[in-house]
Design a protein around this ligand. Sequence first.
Ligand code: ADP
Ligand code: TRP
Length: 332
Amino acid sequence: MKDIVVSGARPTGNLHLGNYLGALKQFVAMQDSYNCYFFIADYHSLTTHPNPKDLHQGVKTVLVEYLACGVDPEKVTLYLQSDLVQIPELYLFLNMHAYVGELERVPTFKEKVRTQPDNVNAGLLTYPTLMAADILIHKATKVPVGKDQEQHLELARVYARRFNYLYGAEIFPEPVAFNMGNDLVKVPGLNGAGKMSKSDDESTSIFLKDSAKELHKKIMRAVTDTGPTMENQPKTEGVQNLFTLMSYVSDPEAIAYFETEYNAMRIRYGDMKKQLAEDMNTYLTPIREKIEELSHNDAYLKRVAEEGAAKARISAQNTIDEVRAIVGFKSF
Ligand code: ADP
Ligand code: TRP
């Protein structure tokens, strides 16, 4: 039996390089050797109250971009979260054994309380139980995600273990965050601090659909510093981030050249950025071209979503049938 894999991304905008390297590239790397379920987390996106008119467009964008990255619906089960009623049902069961205190301690929740105090809704608090339901509904053991999702995975294991223990049943395996290249990835943005994120200012994230011109403009404006003033000086975060981004897309010789220049205090950040923009463009061009091509093919997208939902429902319903029996629901 192949290991079961589940992962998804929220349809809250275009996918960026962090989504690609942290998740999508892993999806593609895993699709030949595992039993993969990849989905668009449209229920999760409701925590931010998207405009109903924009929601479908957002879902379409992410579906197109998954496919453009090489996710193959012939090899994996690709679906929308909201097409599986079994997910909110499992979410309800899990919520009964999820404690408010443990949910309030989740770092992403605490961060939202700080940054958006006017919208601390119950969906935000229970985001990790919905995510656990996404994973446990297919009894997955491996979850390809970026480093920022580690804590959510820890809670998914807690809920799996707790459910098994409380009902004396070995129904759920404990899922782990997974990356074929071993370490989980955290892709930095261009603003000199933290990870690349959709919630950042658009000008500091690199989107898969960005044109050569947009890439150039954003990268030339990336935060750096006034330059090293002694040999082998430790790098400031903005400069380190540029080197990290280069490590994903540039030749080792180009990286070594700019390292040497930096250590000898000769570096011209403008030259380094130009190189990075060029290499980033070469790296992203095939994906951008596919995005363009697929976004006009609504009939294909419809077929992919419908076939994926039909396949995913079978596995989800099997789990829900077991859960209902374990919990004690019986039909007359
Ligand atoms: P965002 O954080 O931009 O809103 P999502 O939360 O929808 O994106 O994340 C979808 C996937 O992309 C998750 O697996 C997440 O770990 C990964 N991801 C997001 N940002 C990064 C990043 N900067 N580096 C690595 N992985 C990331
Ligand atoms: N929480 C994830 C994120 O923000 C998206 C997500 C929702 C997910 N459900 C999931 C990822 C289940 C993996 C498995 O990035």
